[in-house]
Design a binder for this molecule. Structure first.
Ligand SMILES: COc1nc(N)nc2c1ncn2[C@H]1C[C@H](O)[C@@H](COP(=O)(O)OP(=O)(O)OP(=O)(O)O)O1
Length: 161
């Protein structure tokens, strides 16, 4: 049986740079990623995305400045957990980038993304995000977090999520 968990993943852009965070604990520790986490009871997706961004990076974003860019389902077959990651991008935000208990943020040029220190799926969908394509993906992972199956497609509009 599967257990679906809604979560968010926010990508912050400044011209040709993207802000990534080095995960300091928990799922994905030791890897660079966008900012996000589980949606809490009673929260809508964008409110959860803005909260996680603030908690992990110190940056504040208005929910109206969060643009949907993709939906990714990560199934961890051993546990039966399926993370439904709702991916957003933002180019308008305020605040000071600040290291948190969970993430150490750093700006990267979009031509120099540290894919070798990121989840293996990222190398396939980051380029779609950089081309401003809307995408859907379904990836399956073993108990060692190795990806063994991947479906990834470009969508026309968010209604196809
Ligand atoms: C499996 O492949 C993944 N790829 C990418 N790029 N991102 C992933 C993958 N699996 C999970 N994620 C992202 C999605 C979310 O943004 C976070 C989930 O993080 P976490 O489990 O730390 O969520 P929190 O609510 O912050 O957790 P705490 O309970 O520790 O606060 O990872």
């Amino acid at each position: 049986m599967h257990r679906y968990v809604q979560c968010t993943l926010v990508q912050i852009f400044n011209d040709q740079k993207i802000l990534l965070g080095m995960k300091k604990r928990g799922l994905g520790v030791g890897m660079w990623n966008g900012f996000g986490g589980k949606v809490e009871a009673g929260e809508d997706l964008k409110t959860a995305a803005a909260r996680e961004l603030k908690e992990e990076s110190g940056l504040e974003v208005l929910t109206s400045n969060l643009m949907e860019v993709g939906l990714l389902l990560f199934e961890f077959v051993n546990s039966g957990v399926v993370l439904e990651a709702n991916v957003f991008r933002a180019v308008e935000y305020k605040g000071v980038v600040t290291e948190s208990e969970e993430m150490r943020p750093c700006w990267f040029d979009i031509k120099d993304i540290p894919y070798k220190d990121m989840w293996v799926d990222d190398v396939d969908w980051f380029p779609l995000m950089f081309k401003q394509k809307l995408f859907y993906g379904f990836m399956k992972f073993t108990e060692k977090n190795e990806m063994f199956s991947q479906e990834l497609k470009v969508l026309e509009n968010v209604e196809e999520f």
